[in-house]
Design a protein around this ligand. Sequence first.
Ligand code: NAD
Length: 508
Amino acid sequence: MILEKADIESALISNSITQKMYINGEWVLSESNQIREIINPANGEVIGTVTEGSAEDAKKAIEAARKAFYENGWMNSKARHRAELLLQISNKLEERKEEFAYLDTLNNGKTLRESLGDVEDAVNQLRYYAGLATKPHGQTYDVPDDIQAMVVREPIGVVGLIVPWNYPLVMANQKIAAALAAGCTVVVKPAQQTPLSVIRLFEIIDEVGFPPGVVNLVLGPGSKVGAELVSNPDVDKISFTGGTDTGIRLMKSAADTVKKISLELGGKSPNIVFADADFEAAVDYALYAIFANQGQVCSAGSRLLLEESLYETFVPELVKRAKMIKVGPGWVEGIEMGPLVSEDHMNTVLDYIEIGKNEGATLLCGGNRIVEGDFAKGYFVEPTIFGDTTPNMRIVQEEIFGPVLAIQTFKTEEEAIALANGTAFGLAGAVFSTDGAKAHRVIRQLRAGITWINTYHPTFNEAPWGGYKQSGIGRDLGTYGFEEYLETKQINVSLKVEPSGFFQGYKE
Ligand code: NAD
């Protein structure tokens, strides 16, 4: 699919006016009177302006969400009703699939084929959680007394949903779908760089017609708007996806109100390739693991762990293919890798490449910003691969979140496992081997929440997503993601209504 000028204009049509926030069922400008320009990272052009929210706006959204939940009845809303609303959103989103995909491509830089996949995922998430809302939840217990003991699950209340820029629509959507299915009210804060598709999703939410205050959208910087959501005592839970440093700040702030939080954070995930792996599949997936979405994937296979005897054949083939990746604007047919999300982020990635060179790693390919012709206007970085790394290098330990791969080598299975687990992160990991027992053995030793054998990246809305160690707390997606928005209440019902007889003193 090619994005023509007319398509771009129609995708952006409602962006010609300053985009608003959605608070208490109304579209509103921020009291700050400030606007933020939204940039197309493929050419640096302004593609829209949005109102720049403040902490005051976040407070209003929280108040509206609180009123909707505690005073206006959403707390007792019926699962079937919520499921129907979610299904309506999914149908409308599906009808406008291309438009939403264009928006994420223009705003984030990702290729259209990836954006389309994201919108399809978003549609499916809404349907999955619509289905889950009406399924049985809770248990009964066989206890020694004449008591019917049971557990019911109840919505947690007002939840703040804070999301990053790398999957603008789908990250927000997966949290909205699960939280609404569970019966919560929500305040959503997209990343300030990439709000356009989430604002458009709220057009649909508005059409579908939730009671005022059930679903709110606030825009603006994390340091003000996001921080307010986290510190405000009227927010019952925060579900956050973003960087580990931000997650640490959030956790500290949330502690003041003993706020429940779930954190989906960064990664530095190992992709382990044994000498007995299927060569074609392993090379192919090693590229896909790191260069999909320009490497801006939390679960990216950013460390390739190669069995030493494979190095001489594997690395030249990998480098050859990396050099041939077709880089360009994400909307052009045949383009395989787009620009990074912003100039700032590109500079961070380029700084890491310098760090890698200074640390003594060997630059095998890439390493530069692409500046020929029109590329100079965008934030394009070449697919980059480093060899001769050591475990303590920063490019091996720290998340770069760009198209930069560090290769490590190992001689034994034990060494592969030790290297794989040798960072502070624990989000994802993969093993390539045709020895099934070995592949299983190794995967079971990985301290990571999302793993693969003989593949990389496929994940499903049905299955839990999240990390070990400093990659996070809790899970998104699947039934686990739903549970994150539920409280657990024990109810004990006497089957024999009579006094307990515990205090007898009054009888004397
Ligand atoms: P980020 O942490 O800078 O920002 C994420 C969100 O948090 C944004 O909406 C931002 O405005 C907000 N924020 C920033 N400071 C805040 C504060 N003090 N209080 C409240 N909110 C605040 O992350 P990013 O640069 O947007 O995204 C990239 C990071 O996200 C990477 O580290 C990546 O690994 C991680 N990520 C993780 C997952 C996962 O599922 N584990 C998925 C996608 C991205």
